[in-house]
Design a protein around this ligand. Structure first.
Ligand code: FES
Ligand SMILES: [Fe+2]
Length: 366
């Protein structure tokens, strides 16, 4: 759905001035329901989101389901080895057609219509006699699918092109910063999922800067990696950023070979180190509610106890982040906090993503 005007009477010049001064989008965009609805349309309908580890859909007939923005998605590996994605809704009366797992064909659980793994409608049971139902016109509705490293990405828009169209140079940059794209290197280990009483933008803000790492994560991420001045970098490019940290000089026990990550707009984060890899995304659920889901993968051949230790460290890190964003959400809701300040250079990465969100706002009412 397109909108004829920005919700809440937002003033273009006012928002531009705020962003130029390193301030956040207006506070109402974090708390009012109409902005949640607007962002689902403007930000989360034509966007690439990390969806699932590639390993979950490696065999013909393997199926993964989930939501991207408003759109229910099913991704399936065909008999021909192709990965395809569809809207997870039957063309008969709109029921869900697939669940996670494995199947030889996709059968809707409502009235039993049957689709091939390529999405084509094959059988309609008793409806075969209804000549108004033209099977060729009633295949599952396509969405766009691509992969990066060990992850499957989905864009609900059917003709979105490739991930590299949206994020130019992404595969080259991944290789340049040391992200290993070999799907065999890691295998799924566990999933961390949490629902937070916070707007998704707060979670995203927090995850795209590490100014807070030495304080908030001093006993977790900040103990394993050197997050003090000069030892980290964020580099922003069109639609994504990459970051790197060196191991903390005094880390005892858990010392990684380095931290490499990519943040994809809007809300996906990939982290790769030795032993463990994390592929995560934030999912907007309401003006003051979001989910954060992180798939942890273990490096093949790594020590399971060490992977377990890393997983604990990462989960503690995310728990700490959750407390931060919920508290800020509460404080924004008080009506007394009109703006948040993003510090020049140190928090430029968050500023960059605010700008991308705002670009989507403007484009959606143009
Ligand atoms: S809704 Fe799927 S068969 Fe009726
Ligand atoms: Fe954090």
């Amino acid at each position: 759905m397109t909108w004829s005007e920005l919700p809440g009477g937002l003033d273009l010049d006012d928002v531009e001035a705020r962003l130029a001064a390193g301030r956040n989008l207006p506070t109402q965009t974090y708390v009012r329901p109409e902005f949640h609805e607007f962002e689902l349309d403007a930000v989360f309908t034509d966007c690439w989101q990390y969806f699932t580890p590639i390993h979950r859909v490696s065999e013909p007939g393997s199926v993964a389901t989930g939501m991207v923005g408003r759109t229910p998605i099913v991704v399936v590996r065909g008999d021909d080895g192709e990965l395809r994605g569809f809207v997870n809704a039957c063309r008969h009366r709109g029921y869900r057609v697939a669940n996670d797992g494995h199947c030889a064909r996709i059968q809707c659980g409502y009235h039993g219509w049957i689709y091939g793994l390529d999405g084509s409608l094959r059988r309609t049971g008793k409806a075969e006699s209804d000549l108004s139902i033209v099977k060729d016109d009633l295949g599952l509705l396509p969405v766009s699918v691509d992969t990066f490293a060990q992850g499957v990405f989905v864009n609900p828009t059917p003709d979105a092109g490739t991930l590299a169209d949206a994020f130019p140079g992404i595969h080259e940059v991944g290789a340049e910063i040391g992200i290993d794209a070999d799907p065999e290197r890691y295998t799924p280990f566990t999933t961390y999922r949490v629902e937070q009483a916070s707007n998704w933008k707060l979670w995203y803000d927090n995850g795209t800067e590490c100014y807070h790492c030495p304080t908030v994560h001093k006993d977790s991420f900040g103990a394993a990696y050197d997050t003090t001045d000069g030892e980290l970098f964020f580099s922003t490019r069109e639609g994504y950023s990459s970051s790197h940290f060196d191991p903390a000089p005094n880390a005892d026990g858990l010392v990684g070979s380095g931290y490499r990550s990519i943040q994809f707009f809007p809300g996906t984060q990939f982290i790769q180190q030795d032993d463990i890899m994390i592929m995560a995304r934030v999912i907007p659920l309401g003006p003051d509610r979001c989910a954060f889901q992180a798939d942890y993968l273990a490096e093949r051949g790594s020590d399971p106890e060490r992977v377990e230790e890393w997983a604990k460290l990462w989960s503690q890190t995310y728990d700490e982040d959750g407390d931060i964003v919920e508290t800020i959400q509460q404080n924004l809701t008080s009506g007394r906090i009109d703006e948040l300040i993003y510090v020049d250079e140190i928090e430029d990465n968050s500023r960059f993503f605010h700008r991308l969100i705002w670009d989507r706002y403007r484009a959606h009412v143009a």
